[in-house]
Design a protein around this ligand. Structure first.
Ligand SMILES: Cc1cc2nc3c(=O)[nH]c(=O)nc-3n(C[C@H](O)[C@H](O)[C@H](O)COP(=O)(O)OP(=O)(O)OC[C@H]3O[C@@H](n4cnc5c(N)ncnc54)[C@H](O)[C@@H]3O)c2cc1C
Length: 387
């Protein structure tokens, strides 16, 4: 049984019940704060429930492997304690072109004797198909297997964590409650009531307009919109196995940047299919506990974002996915868009905006992977700054 905070403990308010806000609520409760979380939605509905549910350690740069692995451990612990589904499924980067296979070999050669090496293996075509029946065998040259990735169903995970935090740490959740004003020592909500707090953390995702808009001006932080789809439950309890990615993804995450062949691969794709660069398309697949396969994605930034989800983007995503995977049913059960905040000069935009008031957002495409680890890292620093 974990200890509930004592009545005289410092009071912390968190704005936002997405994964970033929940990660702070968990860490701060464990450090003895009395935590209250406010979210304007009736239940979490932002980026944190609209994603693949990939805990994507492989995509993170070497410099933050400890944070990423720590975050992974926290996911496993949270799943066990809060009772949501998680699968340590690993991942495959599939190579269907010689330059993709070359990049994977270069990456493996760079890392095989380092700290990541024990989690990585290069697989030939037969070994790849043994790991995932969903890998498209046509033209498949091989793959990079990584065992560190996990899969959660973001909707059930993110919506079950508040109940667990309330039960275990007495964290108070106020949903359907917009925070309209924050200053040192207090917040005001849309019903006009004011609430005193010793510290406040604003995890408001891609809302740069409501609270401290001046703190975002001139800062390299932007909204990014992604298209996503989900198939119906696959027949006959079919499982794809690991998360699946292909050659397009090698352009997207920073971990492959040292591979000498990457620039040739980027140039080939830019020449063959410029629309993929224009729409920020790379393709991935994960499978939830219900057997549905989650498919995506595209990236449109800032002023490029329109409210309309044009069908050509989904068509391109499906076209590229069919090149690298095959699944029994491609029938779609849902389409949606997600918007996250992307800070381009670091992992997260962390800013003190008034004494005892901090902004924490901008996690980009890595918020599910890193929030737990980054929140722990942040509180170690913050508590040592003001003991
Ligand atoms: C399509 C898509 C796929 C992704 N896939 C992955 C993945 O597989 N792996 C991975 O690691 N990351 C992934 N990401 C990134 C990840 O989902 C985000 O980085 C993360 O969810 C951001 O969390 P957040 O808590 O900052 O924001 P959000 O989840 O958007 O939460 C912000 C919350 O703040 C609330 N709020 C805002 N303003 C106020 C206010 N004034 N008062 C009260 N409440 C307020 C909102 O209602 C919202 O609930 C993906 C993102 C998207 C969109």
């Amino acid at each position: 049984m974990e200890n509930k905070p004592k009545a005289q403990a410092k009071r912390l308010a968190i704005v936002g019940a997405g994964i970033a806000g929940l990660a702070h609520a968990w860490v701060a409760s464990q450090r003895g704060y009395r935590v209250t979380v406010f979210d304007r939605s009736a239940r979490a509905s932002g980026a944190s429930i609209r994603n693949f549910g990939m805990v994507w350690v492989i995509g993170q740069p070497d410099s933050i492997q400890t944070i990423a692995m720590n975050s992974r451990e926290r996911w496993l612990e949270a799943s066990q304690k809060a009772g949501f589904w998680i699968q340590p499924c690993g991942s495959l980067h599939l190579a269907h072109q010689p330059d993709e296979w070359q990049v994977l070999q270069e990456y493996y050669a760079e890392h095989r004797h380092g700290p990541r090496g024990e989690h990585l293996r290069l697989l030939d075509q037969k070994e790849t198909l043994a790991k995932s029946p969903a890998a498209n065998p046509f033209g498949l040259l091989g793959s990079l297997w990584s065992q560190t990735e996990c899969c959660v169903d973001p909707t059930s995970a993110v919506r079950s964590i508040p109940n667990w935090l309330h039960r275990t740490y007495d964290v108070d959740f106020h949903f359907s409650t917009a925070v309209t004003h924050v200053e040192s020592g207090s917040i005001r909500t849309a019903d006009g009531s004011s609430h005193p707090f010793d510290q406040i953390v604003i995890c408001s995702g891609d809302d740069f307009a409501s609270l401290f808009p001046e703190a975002y001006r001139g800062v390299p932080i932007r909204a990014c919109k992604l298209h996503m789809m989900r198939t119906i439950e696959q027949p006959d309890a079919y499982r794809i196995g690991p998360h699946l990615a292909g050659g397009l993804t090698l352009r997207h995450y920073p971990n492959f940047r040292n591979c000498p062949t990457l620039s040739a691969l980027q140039q080939r794709i830019a020449a063959e299919a410029p629309e993929l660069d224009r729409l920020g398309i790379h393709v991935m697949a994960s499978q939830n506990h219900l057997g549905q396969v989650v498919l995506g994605d595209s990236h449109q930034y800032g002023d490029e974002i329109e409210p309309f989800d044009t069908c050509d983007i989904d068509t391109l995503i499906l076209r590229e996915l069919r090149k690298i995977i095959q699944i029994p049913s491609w029938e779609l059960q849902a389409r949606w868009q997600g918007i996250y905040a992307k800070y381009s000069e670091g992992l997260v935009y962390e800013q003190v905006v008034a004494p005892g008031v901090r902004i924490f957002t901008g996690l980009g495409g890595n918020g599910m992977t890193l929030s737990f680890g980054l929140a722990q890292d942040a509180w170690e620093r913050w508590d040592s700054e003001c003991p």
